[in-house]
Design a binder for this molecule. Structure first.
Ligand SMILES: C[S@@+](CC[C@H](N)C(=O)[O-])C[C@H]1O[C@@H](n2cnc3c(N)ncnc32)[C@H](O)[C@@H]1O
Length: 274
C-alpha cells in the first residue's frame, strides 16, 4: 500500500497502482534536461496551455516540467499521474516556483481518470501514451479522454515517429549525463533500449554508476521503462474510433504539417465534436 497523503486542497489521491516511474522520479529531471527534444515540446505545450481560456489538464504531468512552466505564465493546470513519486517531484517544483496553488494534482490512470469538471484541453505530452503498451489500453485511454472533455474540447498528444535511424540510435549504449548525487559522489547515467519492431515495443534500460573519489564503481542502479509506439495510421484510427475529429497532425513542434519524408514526431490535435 502507498503512504496516504495529508489532506490538501491540491492533492487528490484516488489510485494505488505500481508505476515504473516511482523508481525513475529521482533522475527524471536529469533525463529531460539532457534530452534533445524537450526544449521544443516544452514551449509547444506551454503555449497551448496558456492560450486556452478553459480548464487545462495534463495527463502524465510527471515532475511538472511543462505544467509548472505554464503556471508561472499564469495558467492553472490539473495534472494527472499514476506515479506518486513523480507527483511529489511536481509538488516540490511548483512549491519552489511559488505556483503550487495553480496546480491540482490527481493520482490516477490515463484509462480511468475522472475530472471534477469537463476539460477544454487535455494534453498527453512526451510520448507518454506509449507507457500504455497494449493497443487496447491506448484505446481505453482515448475513450476516457473523450469522455472527460467538454463538447468542442481539444486533445493534443505526441508519439514517437519510429524510423530505422531512430531505432539504431536507441539501441546504442549512450552516456547520457554526468552529475553529482545528493551525497556528493560523482555519477554517470547510461542508457540503451531494447526495441522490438514486430510488437512496436521499447524497453528503455538505464543504469546509474556511483563512483568514489578514485573513479572506482561503488554501486550501479538499474531503472527500466516500458513503452510502445503507434504508426501514424494507428493513431489516426484510434482517434476517429474514439469519436474525435482530427484537426491537424504536425511532424515537429514548430507546427510543420506531417509528411512521411520530413517528420520527426507525430503530434496530433483532435477535437471532441460539439
Ligand atoms: C515521459 S513522462 C512525461 C512527464 C511530463 N509530461 C513531461 O513531459 O516531462 C510520463 C509520465 O506519465 C506517467 N504515466 C505513465 N503511465 C501512466 C498511466 N497509465 N496513467 C497515468 N500516468 C502515467 C508517468 O508516471 C510519468 O510521470
Amino acid at each position: 500500500m502507498r503512504a496516504s497523503r495529508p489532506p490538501s486542497s491540491n492533492w487528490v489521491s484516488r489510485v494505488a497502482r505500481p508505476s515504473e516511474y516511482d523508481r525513475f522520479a529521482d533522475i527524471y529531471q536529469v533525463w529531460t534536461d539532457t534530452a534533445a527534444s524537450t526544449p521544443a515540446n516544452l514551449s509547444f505545450y506551454v503555449d497551448a496551455y496558456v492560450s486556452e481560456p478553459g480548464p487545462v489538464v495534463e495527463l502524465g504531468v510527471g515532475d511538472g516540467r511543462i505544467a509548472v512552466a505554464a503556471a508561472i505564465r499564469g495558467r492553472s493546470v490539473v495534472g494527472v499521474d499514476l506515479s506518486v513519486a513523480m507527483l511529489d517531484q511536481c509538488r516540490l517544483r511548483a512549491q519552489a516556483a511559488g505556483v503550487l496553488d495553480q496546480l491540482t494534482l490527481l493520482n490516477a490512470d490515463f484509462r480511468d481518470f475522472q475530472l471534477d469538471q469537463p476539460a477544454a484541453l487535455i494534453a498527453l505530452p512526451y510520448h507518454s501514451l506509449g507507457h500504455l503498451v497494449a493497443l487496447d489500453d491506448k484505446r481505453r485511454a482515448m475513450a476516457q479522454v473523450f469522455s472527460q472533455l467538454r463538447p468542442g474540447g481539444r486533445f493534443i498528444f505526441d508519439d514517437f515517429l519510429m524510423t530505422p535511424l531512430l531505432i539504431d540510435h536507441m539501441r546504442q549504449v549512450q552516456l547520457r549525463a554526468e552529475y553529482q548525487l545528493a551525497n556528493g559522489a560523482d555519477a554517470l547515467l547510461w542508457v540503451t533500449s531494447l526495441v522490438d519492431e514486430a510488437s512496436h515495443s521499447i524497453k528503455v534500460v538505464t543504469w546509474e554508476d556511483e563512483l568514489d573519489s578514485q573513479g572506482a564503481l561503488v554501486q550501479r542502479r538499474y531503472r527500466r521503462l516500458s513503452l510502445s509506439w503507434l504508426e501514424p495510421s494507428q493513431a489516426r484510427a484510434l482517434l476517429t474510433d474514439a469519436g474525435f475529429v482530427i484537426e491537424s497532425c504536425f511532424g515537429d513542434f514548430a507546427g510543420t504539417p506531417f509528411a512521411d519524408a520530413s517528420a520527426h514526431e507525430q503530434i496530433w490535435l483532435a477535437r471532441r465534436p460539439t
